[in-house]
Design a protein around this ligand. Structure first.
Ligand code: VGL
Ligand code: ZN
Length: 210
């Protein structure tokens, strides 16, 4: 069998209604990246989208911790867990991919954060850093060596996915104008960009792709 040529892939992280204006965990201007993503998708032979996909009583929801508020930080089984408003509950409209995102070219829609007691920011590993999502094997099976990443939110799921991809030996490029962040705590978007750059990811504007 002929060896497949090394391929590029685009990873679109959590472009879901709840992370866009009007959603329960809306990221400022979260929907402004959709036109950019739709424009760059034709440049990639393989495109994967993730969906944050939580059960209704998920450990990351402040509502699951009596007396706690969103943005409080708790210890959840030895993992520092930021608490969020209920978001991306399985099967709800908030969990659907944003309707303006062109879903036709998506080769894989990967759901994460499905275990009640464990969150998953990264598209590769859950927050215990051990449980894989299968994305690593999927990309390996397609001989993908170079991953471009975009989506929501820059300082949480995008950052975690970029750092894991790099750790797994992929060449990683963040498409900066196709991301938006929560920016909590203050400056966390800037810090996330610095951390990704320091780890060895390239940061580029979509205009430079092609
Ligand atoms: C995310 C907070 C909670 C994200 C998901 O997609 O970045 N952030 N769940
Ligand atoms: Zn979540």
């Amino acid at each position: 069998m002929k060896k497949q040529a090394a391929q590029r892939a685009l990873l679109i992280v959590d472009v879901q209604n709840d992370f866009c204006p009007g959603g329960s965990l809306a990221v400022h201007e979260g929907d402004s990246i959709i036109a950019v993503i739709n424009r760059i998708m034709p440049l990639f032979p393989r495109i994967i989208a993730t969906q944050d996909w939580h059960p209704p009583d998920h450990v990351s929801f402040a509502s699951a911790h009596p007396g706690r508020m969103p943005l409080d930080v708790v210890d959840a089984g030895g993992i520092q867990q930021v608490l969020w408003p209920d978001h991306c509950v399985q099967g709800t409209r908030g969990a659907e991919l944003h309707p303006r995102l062109d879903a036709r070219p998506l080769g894989l829609i990967l759901r994460k954060g499905m275990r009640r007691s464990l969150d998953s920011y990264s598209a590769f590993f859950e927050n215990d850093r051990r449980t894989g999502t299968g994305l690593r094997q999927y990309l390996k099976g397609l001989a993908v060596r170079e991953l471009f990443v975009c989506g929501l939110a820059t300082d949480y799921c995008v950052k975690a996915s970029v750092l894991d991809a790099h750790r797994l030996g992929l060449r990683v490029t963040l498409v900066t104008d196709a991301c938006r962040g929560v920016d909590f705590p203050r400056d966390s978007v800037r810090e996330a960009l610095d951390a990704m750059r320091k780890a060895g990811a390239a940061l580029v504007d979509s205009a430079a792709l092609g």
